[in-house]
Design a protein around this ligand. Structure first.
Ligand code: NAP
Length: 272
């Protein structure tokens, strides 16, 4: 299979990159390349290790590479990259971060942010209703910002945001509340109350072996859904505990899978 994938890459292939620092943990490239193979799309993506100081050089190079259709953005560049782009989608502007950038033939760069919609699509696909839901989200970093706006946009009636740095949680809760007045948005503790509809881990806590649980879910039962952003490992201690309790669980990988099509559409590799 790997051989077949490699033989397809020619001078006609649309190339793109996912930039991050570090870059060794990036697994999305494998999922995208498999997706292109399965869907007969002539495109290929690799990870690039770009440090913060090299962003201007990277941007200048990308503008000049005529067979490059764009790039993806991961830690720590999702916010900083915005200032180098020519256009931002409405949701990227609202969130203040970007995870996919299209390079148009004139070299101009357009950013979008689909982390949040990836999560809401994965939730809906797993039968988790967001309309009218009461949600506890832990994490207010790049991915947390995207998910909070997407959850409010999908019609949640209450969103409580907990975060290690309180100021970030407050800032996010205020921004979401201002954009979605129908969703009661506030800051709270990372402790899930009995009967809450949905709990989301949007932190990186759980990536390392021995990490504590990011959220105390002692009080919930099988009526609460639990979603996780972490992709590696595929299953975290939080998800294991939620599975034991009979909760519907949504994995970080499922959130990324929902972004394969969305990102490819934004990069001009697939029709809507
Ligand atoms: N599944 C997907 O499609 C997908 C997409 C993108 C990212 N991700 C994953 O999402 C995770 C977060 O990414 P990000 O871009 O949001 O990163 P980020 O902007 O650096 O934010 C990290 C978040 O985790 C919190 N955090 C980190 N270490 C902590 C600790 N020891 N204790 C408590 N809280 C801690 C941070 O709290 P503070 O604000 O206090 O620092 C912040 O809320 C990563 O694991 C990433 O791989 C998944």
């Amino acid at each position: 299979m790997a051989n077949l994938v490699l033989k397809r890459i020619t001078g006609r292939t649309k190339i793109w990159f996912i930039i991050g620092d570090p870059s060794a943990h990036i697994v999305a490239t494998a999922l995208f390349n498999q997706y292109y193979f399965d869907n007969d799309i002539d495109a290929s993506v690799s990870a690039l290790n770009v440090v913060h100081a090299d962003l201007p050089t990277f941007i200048q190079a990308i503008r000049s590479f005529r067979n490059v259709c764009g790039f993806g953005v991961t830690l720590p560049h999702k916010i900083e990259i915005c200032r180098y782009l020519d256009h931002l989608s409405q949701r990227a502007r609202q969130i203040g971060a970007v995870n996919f950038v299209r390079r148009d033939p004139d070299g101009s760069l357009s950013g979008d942010m689909v982390d949040g919609i990836g999560m809401t699509k994965a939730l809906i696909l797993n039968g988790v209703a967001i309309q009218g839901a009461r949600v506890l989200q832990v994490g207010a970093g790049g991915v947390g910002r995207a998910i909070a706006f997407a959850i409010a946009d999908a019609g949640a009636c209450e969103l409580t945001i907990a975060n290690r740095s309180l100021a970030r949680a407050e800032n996010l809760a205020q921004a979401v509340q201002a954009s979605y007045p129908a969703c009661l948005c506030r800051v709270g503790e990372a402790v899930a109350p009995t009967g809450i509809d949905l709990v989301v881990n949007a932190t990186s806590v759980g990536m390392q072996e021995g990490d504590p649980l990011p959220i105390d879910i002692t009080a919930i039962n099988g009526t609460t859904a639990v979603a996780e952003v972490i992709m590696s490992p595929e299953t975290t201690a939080l998800l294991d505990l939620a599975d034991e309790k009979g909760c519907t669980t949504v994995r970080g990988k499922e959130m990324l899978i929902q972004q394969l099509h969305l990102a490819s559409v934004h990069l001009g590799l697939q029709p809507q």
